[in-house]
Design a binder for this molecule. Structure first.
Ligand SMILES: [Cu+2]
Length: 137
């Protein structure tokens, strides 16, 4: 019993994933942000999601550490690959929880295999390339 508990704890610790949302452009106002996005070629290098790990395993408890290193608010969701309806999110952190500089920790265990993606669905961000394909096996 002790051994199993220890093993689960170790799994959680070694599965820590740092998801970094990077945004280089200063865009304090929505109008300005929209203008910036229109200028940005797709995929826009300034709106991206980075993760040291993009392949995950069903049944393993993961701890996602989501840090907004940008200058605009972002949201973060695990979505089926290509889905744009946020109602389909497996897990989601809203933009009011992720202002610039914020770090949010979420624990999640995948229950199904498949092609998914980390994505930000703040207006215009996904279209600007703010997504990262991931695989669950
Ligand atoms: Cu965003």
């Amino acid at each position: 019993m002790y051994h199993i508990t220890l093993r689960r704890t170790l799994l959680a610790i070694t599965a820590i994933v740092a998801v970094t949302l990077l945004l280089e452009l200063a865009a304090p106002q929505v109008a300005k942000l929209t203008k910036t996005l229109q200028k940005c070629r797709l995929p826009c290098p300034s709106f991206k999601i980075e993760s040291p790990q993009t392949t995950f395993t069903v049944g393993t408890p993961y701890r996602f550490v989501i840090k907004n290193e940008g200058k605009a608010a972002h949201d973060w969701a695990v979505m089926p690959r290509g889905a744009t309806d946020e109602g389909q999110a497996l897990i989601q952190v809203d933009e009011d929880e992720l202002p610039p500089g914020a770090t949010v920790t979420q624990e999640f265990t995948f229950t199904q295999t498949g092609d998914f993606e980390f994505a930000c669905h703040v207006t215009g961000h996904y279209e600007a390339g703010m997504l990262l394909p991931i695989t669950v096996q």
